[in-house]
Design a protein around this ligand. Structure first.
Ligand SMILES: C[S@@+](CC[C@H](N)C(=O)[O-])C[C@H]1O[C@@H](n2cnc3c(N)ncnc32)[C@H](O)[C@@H]1O
Length: 345
């Protein structure tokens, strides 16, 4: 299996402003390429929390980062739980946080995962085997209208209705090859620059893994985990992801987000970020030539300009409640702990 080649490595390290002794989070560990570069640049004394939803990725990254085992904490979790992970492992505030979204080549090239329309495999597409719903479940259970909606919204596919109709007529569909053939029949002889199954596969993957919802939640948590002047860096690979990143960074870098035309500000919003790069950073032609999978990469970065806020501290305190329940604390003990937590600040 060919290794994953990390994209925009130099630009990422620069945008993260990696310094010796810093504390970093890689929310999408993958093959550990960016993580290795962060650890190298932050040595001596750097620390890295690496997260990946895919247990296979954790295994591969652990082997790659063995030389840094004393400075790394690798967690097999979904980044939607970023804040809870950081609180659990007391890993906050941090200097910078990286999201390198999407899939690694290791996942795309794995013949059993069903992510690629280029290999025949069961229609799975789950990042983690602990998830319940597979792509085959969505394909075989959803109504025609639901399928058309998923393919249109998450794949931006112009032929979503034709594809959904063919899927419903031809199911049950259990493998990637069956799905590719169904899509080819649905779109007839029409051929664009990309394979006719590209957009439907993207849509299914996003739906199976709730990618956009999780990204939105995790980015907000990430902003709150950064210390003053901490950096948030996101590399996205499709316009849906990039729109979420761009809109959140733009919104959080403005002092007022009132709708246009309101004479005086009523929103009370204050900027907590400063955009590092006004224009999105993309790979050079040389990088694209060396690593064609980098061609759609877009890097955006922002810096936190205020200290951590009270809502973050509150979340930390409220975690006592969850912990208390999990440990079966009795009410008086729980109340004592809560009182202690609140009187600390
Ligand atoms: C493009 S790869 C990252 C490659 C990595 N930067 C490197 O240099 O090798 C994206 C990784 O993010 C992981 N991932 C995607 N969504 C995730 C999520 N919601 N939570 C945790 N990991 C996720 C995938 O499993 C995959 O391993």
């Amino acid at each position: 299996m060919s290794a994953h080649i990390p994209v925009l490595v130099k630009e990422t390290i620069e945008a993260l402003a990696v310094q010796p002794g810093g504390r970093y989070i890689d929310c999408t560990l993958g093959g550990g390429g960016h993580a290795a570069a962060i650890l190298e640049q932050s040595s001596p004394g750097g620390q890295l929390l690496g997260i990946d939803a895919d247990p296979e990725a954790i295994k591969i990254a652990k082997a790659k980062l063995q030389a840094y085992s004393g400075s790394t904490l690798l967690i097999n979790e979904n980044f939607v739980n970023l804040q809870a992970i950081c609180i659990k492992y007391d890993f906050h505030p941090v200097h910078s946080i990286l999201f390198d979204l999407g899939l690694s080549s290791l996942q795309l090239n794995n013949n059993s995962r069903g992510f690629s329309f280029q290999h025949d495999a069961p229609l799975d597409m789950r990042l983690s085997p602990s998830q319940e719903i597979t792509a085959a479940d969505i394909i075989n259970i959803s109504s025609e209208a639901e399928l058309a909606h998923i393919i249109k919204t998450y794949g931006e596919e112009a032929y979503s209705h034709q594809i959904a109709r063919h899927i419903v007529q031809e199911r049950s569909i259990e493998t990637t090859l069956q799905l590719v053939q169904t899509i080819e029949r649905a779109v007839g002889g029409r051929r664009g620059r990309i394979h006719p199954a590209t957009r439907t596969f993207q849509a299914l993957r996003i739906a199976v893994n709730h990618e956009l919802e999780h990204l939105e939640v995790a980015l907000k948590q990430a902003i709150n985990l950064l210390g003053f002047e901490g950096r948030l860096v996101v590399i996205s690979y499709n316009s849906l992801e990039d729109r979420i990143v761009k809109q959140l960074m733009q919104r959080e870098s403005k002092d007022c987000i009132c709708p246009p035309g309101i004479p005086t500000c009523i929103c009370g919003h204050t900027a907590c970020l400063r955009l590092i790069n006004k224009r999105v950073i993309t790979p050079s032609p040389t990088e694209v030539q060396l690593n064609p999978r980098s061609r759609s990469a877009k890097l955006r970065a922002a810096e936190r300009i205020i200290a951590q806020d009270e809502s973050y501290k509150m979340a930390e305190k409220l975690s006592f409640l969850a912990e208390g329940k999990a440990n079966g604390w009795r009410r008086p003990a729980l109340l004592r702990k809560l009182r202690m937590a609140f009187s600390l600040s």
